[in-house]
Design a protein around this ligand. Structure first.
Ligand SMILES: Cc1ncc(COP(=O)(O)O)c(C=O)c1O
Length: 356
């Protein structure tokens, strides 16, 4: 079985990160620490954004046991039976799940293949109602690898000025993993929405630390007390060893990230080319993240049927686009967090199976 389903980088963790963790195990601190996150880590997050000329105070940074906790807390901060939360479709399935759990009505906005799966401002703005309290954005996106263009972001932010009650949750966990010339723009770029922007990021993808459970985020001052209370009353504080490792990850050498992106770039090119050679499949080259989301409609069966057939007969695990929302029908998600020879072998198997 070749597993192209999994969404975690298959790279070793950089030595300086492991060394920092080892020191923290040896030297402590061992007790409960700040619910909002250790100051040195919040400072490191703040410095990272300041280096990009986005001023972020450590007081607005909140550390979580994984980015997912931040998504849940953001939904809980806004969701009730009177509200709607807008989310991308196809999108990370947790968005609609946490929206529904909060009591809100999840309302999907589409991401279209014709726009390279980048968001179109009109598709979002036209779905805002009096009940909309939170808008979820994700660029580069899971499952498509789509990146929202700067003109569309400008249009969106301009449009959002007409809706001052709508908060924005920008999930930027894949922002360091991109294949274009420029890094995808952060929503921190727009001071006019800063007082209603929640930004989610973390170490899972950039530093291949999925199992360490370390997310970080930026919250507006008006929500800091609320989110702190959620932290205190749920996880108390994030594991101190993971936080020490996270500080080393953010402030130490970044060559392992650059090397990971070079490898991802090579794999992406090979995978996209190989998929496009298979009759019935057409794949866009993703702008970021490590997923390809090929169109499989010409094959003439549903995404779930194809996922099942590839699993059972080609022994390749993929994920049906419909696992990411109804707009994912006609697509499959393939992760290239797998080495090159396995990717080539997977495409061979898919091609042989479909030809037969
Ligand atoms: C878009 C997106 N956001 C958040 C996460 C979760 O990150 P974490 O492992 O830090 O909880 C994922 C993981 O797959 C993801 O794809």
């Amino acid at each position: 079985m070749i597993n192209l389903g999994i969404g975690q980088p298959d790279f070793p963790i950089a030595q300086h990160i492991l060394d920092a963790a080892e020191r923290a195990v040896r030297d402590g601190p061992y007790g409960y620490s700040s619910a909002q996150g250790e100051f040195v880590l919040r400072e490191a997050v703040s410095e990272r954004y300041c280096n990009e000329n986005y001023y972020v105070s450590p007081d607005n940074v909140v550390v979580f046991p994984g980015a997912k906790t931040g998504l849940l807390f953001a939904a809980l901060s806004f969701g009730d039976s009177e509200t709607q939360i807008l989310y991308p479709d196809p999108g990370f399935p947790i968005y609609s799940s946490v929206a529904r759990f909060s009591g809100a009505e999840p309302v999907a906005y589409p991401l279209d293949e014709n726009s390279d799966f980048g968001l179109r401002a009109d598709d979002v703005l036209s779905r805002i109602t009096k009940k909309t309290r939170l808008l979820i954005l994700n660029s580069p996106g899971n499952p498509t690898g789509g990146v929202t263009t700067i003109p569309e972001l400008d249009l969106l932010v301009r449009g959002l000025l007409d809706y001052p009650d709508v908060f924005i949750l920008s999930d930027e966990i894949y922002r360091q993993i991109y294949y274009g010339q420029d890094k995808p723009r952060s929503l921190l770029h727009y001071p006019e929405i800063r007082e209603r922007l929640i930004l989610i990021d973390g170490c899972s993808k950039t530093y291949a630390m999925t199992g360490w459970r370390l997310g970080f985020s930026v919250w507006p001052t008006s929500l800091i007390n609320l989110v702190n209370r959620l932290c205190i009353n749920s996880h108390s504080c994030v594991n101190n060893v993971a936080q020490a490792a996270g500080k080393a990850a953010l402030t130490g050498p970044q060559d392992s990230v650059a090397s990971m992106i070079r490898t991802f770039t090579r794999r992406k090119t090979i995978l996209v080319e190989a998929l496009n050679e298979i009759p019935g499949i057409s794949a866009l080259s993703p702008g970021g993240a490590f997923y390809v989301f090929p169109n499989i409609t010409e094959i003439g069966i549903t995404s779930l049927e194809l996922q099942t057939e590839l699993l059972n007969f080609a022994h390749v695990a993929t994920i049906a686009g419909t696992s990411f929302g109804s707009a994912g029908e006609g697509f499959l998600r393939l992760s290239f967090a797998t080495d090159q020879s396995r990717l080539e072998e997977a495409c061979e198997r898919i091609s042989t199976y479909l030809n037969r």
